[in-house]
Design a protein around this ligand. Structure first.
Ligand code: 5GP
Length: 178
């Protein structure tokens, strides 16, 4: 696959994304003001959203990284969540903000939430930049959602197709898959 041969159509602009990130950051600041929070970045897809979002959260936070893989490079979820990197520190007694790029079937978010809850945090707050409500296969309670989108494959702003396009500052749809 040569990424140069794919046609991308802008779907959510950089401006709209940054506006939404600021809004969610302000809401999280209000919710957690004065409290100690650990923000968990779900790798790889949420690394850009996460790094923009934590800079909009104005309280004491520490950062943790949780690596999972469910697409294995394709465009549909395998339904099986594989942990590629576990949290490096315990989150017991802490307020956890779990930051995902996109909730599709909901399996990954459910898996992550259950895994973090088993470590006895004070609370878990779920945040996702994108949600595909039509694709949900399991009930999944989300506390903050940036944008609800249709059931189509998107790339950019952390999201990839076969490893490419994560560095786009906006979200796009691929017009001609190869
Ligand atoms: P779920 O477990 O909810 O089905 O899938 C969540 C994971 O699948 C996301 O973290 C993301 O890595 C991947 N994913 C779901 N939808 C898309 C999409 O439209 N584009 C890309 N690039 N990845 C997606």
């Amino acid at each position: 696959m040569n990424p140069k041969n794919l046609n991308l159509k802008s779907y959510i602009s950089e401006e709209k994304i940054q506006e939404k990130v600021k809004q969610i950051g302000e809401q999280l600041t209000a919710k957690f003001k004065g409290q100690k929070v650990v923000a968990v970045c779900v790798l790889k897809g949420s690394f850009l959203f996460y790094s923009d979002l934590i800079r909009q959260i104005n309280t004491d936070i520490t950062c943790e990284f949780f690596g999972v893989s469910s697409y294995h490079g394709g465009t549909s979820s395998s339904g099986e969540v594989k942990v590629t990197l576990d949290l490096a520190s315990p989150v017991e007694g802490m307020h956890v903000i779990l930051v995902e790029d996109i909730v599709d079937t909901g399996l990954t978010m459910n898996y992550l939430k259950t895994s973090i809850e088993s470590r006895k945090p004070a609370s878990v707050t779920t945040v996702t930049l994108l949600e595909k409500p039509e694709a949900l296969k399991v009930p999944c309670k989300l506390d903050y959602v940036g944008f609800q989108i249709t059931n189509e494959f998107v790339v950019g702003y952390g999201l990839d197709y076969q490893g490419y396009f994560r560095n786009l500052p906006y979200i796009a749809q691929v017009q001609n898959f190869q």
